[in-house]
Design a binder for this molecule. Structure first.
Ligand SMILES: Nc1nc2c(c(=O)[nH]1)N[C@H]1C(S)=C(S)[C@@H](COP(=O)(O)OP(=O)(O)OC[C@H]3O[C@@H](n4cnc5c(=O)[nH]c(N)nc54)[C@H](O)[C@@H]3O)O[C@H]1N2
Ligand SMILES: Nc1nc2c(c(=O)[nH]1)N[C@H]1C(S)=C(S)[C@@H](COP(=O)(O)OP(=O)(O)OC[C@H]3O[C@@H](n4cnc5c(=O)[nH]c(N)nc54)[C@H](O)[C@@H]3O)O[C@H]1N2
Ligand SMILES: [Mo]
Length: 766
């Protein structure tokens, strides 16, 4: 099914109006249509039946868990189906493709066009000075990488990126190879994603993972959903929320945009979802200004304290605070001082809305706060999440059924990759256990995260880049700076399933190593291998692909790492690379000895729903923090006033993309078709700035650098679309807007790029 796919012509764009419900019949039709286009009827039927089933593979889409016990026959959603179609496509990118298309030409294509060409089939190399990739054998590729790594003066001159689709087994051997080589330079997509959540939660509750399960959500009284668009990015969460609602839960959505999935949901798998109006998900919609969430949480904290003053013993959970928490008095003293006028200005909400939300918290015996990128990708993301935790701690909402923190993860195994050691600053306990298991000496100095890796390549202190999945060039901020940084490298290596921009912006030598994906059958020495993943709620389960791979030259990520490690370290290395490579159960045996919670891994994971990892706050109200208690924190209030003549831009996903992978050109719920270069603007801002709907503008971001100078960055030619976003706040898609995000514009403490608050001005196109 190969063939040219039309690239985007922004002149064909169709702008209609935003929808007020998610899913329903169109979702089913789109799933089937994308499946048929990419893989034909047989593979469509085979894959969709196996998706998220006990004997099937884990959806390569989001990290939302399967409902334990009762999986539906087709446990999939529209966007899960698209993720599968994208990977299981029968279109291929072969050596002939690269012979026909020089890199210089491919650089002119969008990430959409590149991804639509199909699955990579052969290891390919771009030699110094060449404009065409040519085939290379696996052994030669490994030798090339190993030779380059050996010439480095220090192992810290190499950086090893991981995206969050990598299985536990592949992640474990990857970090092992990297540490055996001698560095902790392990940037990952999490650095750009939920790093703020991890940082905030480790300080406050002692573990960087969410504390709730699906049944907790189903039995909550009150669920706050802040900075998350589940209708698009975690569609199966809507079925869970529908159940919560059925059980009487109240849902409050906190978002600058009235996202369709937050308003109404028509479950495409139920009759009422197909014919009726669907279920209203959010009882309240707080249309908050970008970056106003910390102010909201602080304002709520103050209102809770005042309510407790009025009727002592009715609002706070004093016993929980006294037994399990530290720092309450300092927090209370601080939060009583919060100025409500500032809260109103920062949030753009009315006092009544905030009081109503406080009343809902007071009435609730079981509260859960869910969040995603709207909170994490902010300069004050860590503080915002900590103020959300403060609210929950006040009422004892951690470690009891139906209550807790719920950071909703992104990539399907991003949480598992972290558990497996993909982190630039793993604790001593992990490193010591790894060393004991393998007889190696892991480096102890912390490594580079994503932003610091870009700085190191830019400054010439790192010169080899390897990516285990992902699309580093397009996903990271400051596209021009990042591209220049990668081009300065001696070698860039991408282990990938699909073609993307990171294959085109290379070091002097560029390598593409094509790998199997989640849906592919993985045979090693004639024996079928399985991998494991961990979902957003710490459940670990098996995933088995069943499809015939796109080419006989593909290797699994595990085999690629083990093959490279053997070439790099030679035959006498203490790690049993050859055995690991052909028997993943052996990797799991090692994981069981190194990582707490994985004892009997190979047995436990065969249970019907896999097994859950320990979570001390959830399981026993135990908090492994520096105080040994759950910590209240005192955070200065930050918010984002928008100066005159400027706008605050958030960058987000359309309904038809997976991060930098653009599935198609239909952001159905927001009413945008056939194009992506749009800027969603409030009607009154259009008027203020003297524009009309459809006008075309360039976006210019303004950034005050450390030396006081104001730097400008541009992204050209966006169409203005009137949209119900708060005044002064605008929105556009990622990755088209990444050139606008300054590399130094990062969240305090977590170093996460601030993709949700970029100060811009508009310039009319000539
Ligand atoms: N189909 C599909 N599924 C995906 C992905 C995908 O691209 N496509 N990506 C995966 C990944 S890696 C991730 S991390 C998740 C991302 O899941 P989300 O976090 O839902 O993704 P975004 O599109 O970035 O949406 C951010 C939401 O936050 C809101 N927001 C922006 N700024 C603010 C703010 O200041 N305050 C508040 N309260 N809200 C704000 C936006 O309006 C938007 O609704 O989804 C995962 N699942
Ligand atoms: N402006 C802005 N920037 C952002 C964000 C934002 O909201 N706004 N979000 C950030 C977030 S939350 C994230 S998580 C990052 C995402 O950053 P990444 O994870 O780096 O990006 P993806 O687009 O998910 O990567 C897609 C590529 O992964 C490869 N791939 C897919 N499946 C597999 C597999 O099974 N194995 C291997 N080896 N390769 C595979 C394919 O080649 C595909 O082209 O982007 C971040 N960047
Ligand atoms: Mo993410």
């Amino acid at each position: 099914m190969a063939g040219p796919i039309q690239d985007i012509d922004e002149n064909d764009i169709i702008v209609t109006h935003a929808k007020s419900y998610a899913a329903g019949v169109p979702a089913v039709l789109v799933s089937l249509q994308r499946g048929m286009e990419q893989m034909g009827p047989v593979r469509t039927a085979r894959t969709l039946m196996k998706l998220n089933q006990r004997k099937g593979f884990d959806c390569p889409g989001c990290a939302w868990p399967e409902t334990p016990g009762h999986r539906k026959h087709a446990e999939f959603c529209e966007n899960g189906a698209k993720a599968v179609a994208e990977e299981a496509t029968t279109r291929t990118v072969t050596p002939d493709f690269f012979a026909a298309h020089p890199v210089s030409e491919l650089l002119g294509k969008t990430d959409y066009w590149l991804g639509q060409q199909g699955r990579l089939t052969h290891p390919m190399v771009l030699r110094p000075g060449a404009d065409h990739y040519v085939p290379i054998g696996w052994d030669a590729a490994f030798t090339l990488i190993a030779d380059e790594l050996r010439t480095l003066t220090s192992p810290h001159e190499a950086v090893f990126y991981t995206s969050g689709r990598t299985s536990n087994e592949a992640a474990f051997v990857y970090q092992l190879m990297i540490r055996a080589f001698g560095t902790n330079n392990m940037p990952d997509c999490s650095n750009m994603c939920h790093e703020s959540s991890g940082t905030a939660l480790v300080e406050t509750i002692g573990i960087g993972k969410g504390s709730v399960s699906v049944p907790d959500l189903e039995h909550a009284d009150l669920i706050l959903i802040a900075g998350q668009n589940p209708g698009t990015n975690h569609p199966r969460m809507l079925s869970t929320l529908e159940k919560s609602k059925g059980n009487g839960a109240r849902v409050i959505a906190i978002n600058p945009l009235p996202e369709a999935g937050l308003l109404r949901f028509k479950d495409p798998q139920k009759v009422h979802g197909v014919v009726g109006d669907g279920v209203q998900i959010a009882d309240e919609f707080l249309q908050i200004r970008i970056g106003g969430d910390q102010a909201l949480f602080q304002g709520l904290g103050r209102l809770l304290l005042e309510a407790e003053d009025r009727s002592p013993g009715t609002v706070l959970d004093r016993e929980f605070i006294d037994t399990h928490c530290a720092g309450f008095e300092d927090y209370a003293a601080h939060i009583r001082q919060v100025d409500m006028d500032t809260v109103l200005a920062a949030t753009g909400l009315t006092f009544e809305q905030i009081q109503d939300t406080a009343d809902a918290l007071i009435a609730s015996k079981k509260t859960i706060i869910c969040w995603a990128m709207g909170l994490t990708q902010q300069t004050h993301g860590v503080a915002t999440i900590q103020d959300a935790v403060n609210l929950l701690l006040m009422q004892g909402m951690i470690g009891k059924r139906g209550a807790g923190v719920c950071p909703v993860r992104g990539h399907s195994n991003v949480q598992g990759d972290r558990t497996m050691g993909i982190w630039e600053k793993m604790p001593e306990s992990f490193l010591a256990a790894l060393d004991t298991e393998f007889g190696i000496r892991s480096p102890r100095e912390h490594g580079l995260d994503a932003v610091d890796s870009i700085r190191a390549m830019r400054d010439g202190t790192a010169s080899v880049f390897m990516g285990m999945g992902g699309n580093f060039v397009s996903a990271t901020p400051d596209t021009e700076v990042t591209e220049a940084a990668l081009r300065k490298c001696a070698l860039t290596v991408q282990v990938s399933t699909k073609l993307n921009r990171s294959h085109l912006v290379t070091g002097r030598t560029g390598l593409i190593l094509p790998s199997l994906g989640r849906t592919d059958k993985d045979l090693q020495n004639g024996r079928k291998q399985q991998v494991t993943v961990e979902d957003s709620m710490s459940m670990v389960h098996l995933s088995r692909g069943g499809l015939t791979p796109a080419s006989e030259h593909l290797r699994s990520e595990v085999a690629i790492v083990c093959g490279l490690a053997q070439t790099l370290f030679g035959p006498d290395h203490p790690v049993p690379w050859p055995e690991f490579s052909v028997d993943y159960a052996r990797i799991r045996d090692s994981i069981a000895r190194v990582i707490p919670g994985f004892a009997d891994f190979n047995t436990k994971v065969r249970g019907p729903d896999g097994f859950g990892l320990p979570h001390p706050p959830r399981d026993e109200r135990r908090f492994e923090t520096h105080t040994g208690k759950a910590n209240f924190t005192v955070n200065d209030l930050s918010w984002l006033p928008v100066p005159d003549g400027r706008l605050m831009l958030q960058t987000m996903r359309s309904h038809d993309q997976y991060n930098t992978t653009i599935y198609g050109l239909d952001d159905r719920y927001r009413g945008i078709k056939n194009g992506r270069r749009v800027l969603f603007v409030n009607e009154s801002d259009l008027e203020t700035f003297g524009y009309a709907a459809g006008d075309r503008v360039d976006l210019i971001s303004e950034w005050q650098a450390a030396d006081g100078t104001v730097q400008e960055r541009r992204a050209n030619d966006f169409r203005l679309v009137p949209y119900p976003t708060p005044v002064g706040n605008v929105a556009a898609y990622y990755p088209e807007t990444n050139p606008l995000v300054p590399l130094d514009h990062v969240a305090r403490k977590s170093n996460t790029p601030v993709s949700k608050a970029i100060l811009i001005r508009l310039q009319r196109r000539p």
